[in-house]
Design a protein around this ligand. Structure first.
Ligand SMILES: Cc1cc2nc3c(=O)[nH]c(=O)nc-3n(C[C@H](O)[C@H](O)[C@H](O)COP(=O)(O)O)c2cc1C
Length: 196
């Protein structure tokens, strides 16, 4: 298989003035160096799904909502995911949970990694996200980037940028490398099994 892997960078917040754009932009910049893959920025603002209101779970039947169908189609084209998320009440923003609830098969047997930010580096949100993703048959990886409170506040209030924290880029590089390994391995397995 020589086609470039396709990775989705999913922004977990749609809040006015969200911080999410900063880590997502930074990550997209780092990701461009990886020639074996393309990275799509997926903004939930482009997929304005209602709170899940369908008669059946997407496990049983695809959502009939137009935005959810576009979202599902997009996810289906991808081989892996990087979730960029803040922490809302020790979990992920509701808009991200809702976006997960609207789909099923398009996530299956694909790996995911994470960039989190907040008082505890987004760790509690990421841990919860890992648990949710297991139910969607996503393989959540160990690697993640945690933007600590000090780093987060430095960027929010003191004009600092990701360039001021080179260890974050080091972590992101390791995370992307691991994600691409899993994305390639699972894509090969999906294709092999589909051919049987
Ligand atoms: C409803 C709400 C709940 C929050 N709860 C937490 C929290 O539990 N832990 C935390 O570290 N930060 C919390 N915060 C602060 C967020 O981490 C911070 O606002 C961050 O910028 C949110 O990401 P966003 O700007 O990309 O939406 C909360 C913010 C909001 C709006």
């Amino acid at each position: 298989m020589t086609d470039a892997l396709r990775i989705g960078v999913i922004l977990g917040s749609t809040r006015v003035g969200r911080f999410a754009d900063k880590p997502a932009g930074w990550l997209m910049g780092l990701a461009q160096k990886h020639t074996g893959a393309t990275f799509d920025r997926l903004d939930l603002l482009d997929y304005p799904m209602p709170f899940f209101d369908q008669p059946k779970s997407p496990f049983r039947e695809p959502s009939k909502d137009e935005a959810a169908q576009r979202w599902a189609k997009k996810l289906g084209e991808l081989d892996g995911f990087i979730f960029v998320t803040g922490e809302y009440n020790h979990s992920v923003p509701a808009v991200l949970k809702n976006a997960l609830d609207h789909v099923y098969a398009e996530f299956n047997r694909k790996p995911a990694t994470f960039v989190g930010y907040g008082n505890a580096g987004g760790a509690r949100a990421i841990e919860q996200l890992r648990l949710m993703l297991v139910e969607l048959q996503v393989a959540p990886l160990r690697n993640a980037v945690h933007v600590s409170r000090e780093q987060f506040m430095g960027m929010l209030l003191e004009g600092k940028t990701f360039a001021d924290f080179p260890l974050l880029a080091q972590g992101a590089e390791a995370m992307i490398k691991e994600l691409l390994w899993w994305a390639e391995a699972l894509r090969a397995a999906r294709l092999r099994i589909e051919q049987r």
